[in-house]
Design a protein around this ligand. Sequence first.
Ligand code: NAD
Ligand code: MG
Length: 440
Amino acid sequence: RRVQASSRGETLPQGQFTCPEEVQSQGVPAGSPIPWGKGGVQPGQSHTVSRLFPPRIARCAAYKEFLRLYHSYHSFARRCDMIGIIILPIAASYLIKECFIMAKMYYEKDCELSYLNGKKIAIIGYGSQGHAHALNLKDSGCDVCVGLRQGSKNWANAEKAGLTVKTVPEAAKWADIVMILINDEVQADVYKKDIAPYLEEGNALAFAHGFNIRYQQIVPPAGVDVFMAAPKGPGHTVRSQYVNGKGVPCLVAVEQNATGNAMKIALAYIAGIGGARAGVMETTFHDETETDLFGEQAVLCGGVVDLMRCGFETLVEAGYEPENAYFECIHEMKLIIDLINKGGVGMMNYSISDTAEYGEYVSGPRVLPYEETKKNMRKVLDDIQDGTFAGKWIAENKNGRTFFNSKRANLAKHQMEIVGAELRKNMLWGDDADPDTASN
Ligand code: NAD
Ligand code: MG
């Protein structure tokens, strides 16, 4: 019915012809006239497209292509509403394809580990993700080596864990699959110097996050597969869950399919690190990068840390003991999140008292004013989508990380960190400082 109404070229009331925020991803600032055709649509003019597409569509490549087509025919379309009859079914098919089809999921039964048979896998970097991928793949029976800088303090650790270690160029030369698990901000330099010269046709280049591909810091040669195996969790949890017979859900994406088997290899890799036990969602480098950056900034790291810090400070400033504030606002966060992780908010609400649940409904929106928070989150997302955040982060690294380092140093001095360390020391398990056992 909406399609019919729109195709009649119904006139929208004045004042609605500003660019919706979802179109900003096409480089149009919010509030400017919608750029349908030359000069945009003016108040009082009719147009047929903007109301048909929810934000999910406005973001996707197919829709952008559709918009391009629509723009080229716009002057014709203005004279002849018949164009709607041609364009709208095309639009509808995009709509169905991009909007209403469920995310594509894979599980262990959909992954054939045998696609890694005879393949040598180099894990470049031995940090949070690196140690987890290398050890999980080794335990899954794969032929793995770790690529590190000569003199890296991790060299001995990796060897102690039973892994073969080579320098980065040696590892890249040896391997059929090169998984880059060093810090995002140094990947481009290391890739250019120590990896690219050794990539051969038919090799695969792999990532756990799309930053360098999405923002074109790394441009791989045409003859190699480029895939992503991105665990949706910290590397130490990727290891601990694997050891416990579980896994961290992963995103899979193929940017280049040179061999024709890139997706099969990617899924095999994810099965090898245990991710397929929990579920693998197919996506693109583009979407993984943007959602991942958004999640960690707005909710998981930025949002949660500041929420806990605000709560802690509020109690301490009101005269309560910091120890109490730590237990209440920080330690208990994990216990609450574990319930949500296992059974959704429903299971958490079932376990807490009705008093707590009532407080959740009354005070949640007071500390987190919805409309304002969402507007701010939208700004965070805009900065990620238009490359502002990536540009700042790249510049911060070129300029010696002054902002980053001072923030890190300040956080380490915060009372919540000091009190927490003291309390954790005396917990029965307080001598266990291994992040690999943090998830239990
Ligand atoms: P990390 O900081 O824990 O470890 C990076 C490793 O790279 C370290 O061992 C470091 O010594 C090594 N390294 C740094 N510079 C190097 C150089 N010039 N040459 C060789 N080695 C070098 O990194 P991480 O958090 O595991 O992140 C790795 C990748 O995984 C990133 O792309 C990140 O976005 C992605 N990822 C991380 C997580 C996570 O939980 N940490 C989650 C999902 C995806
Ligand atoms: Mg993430």
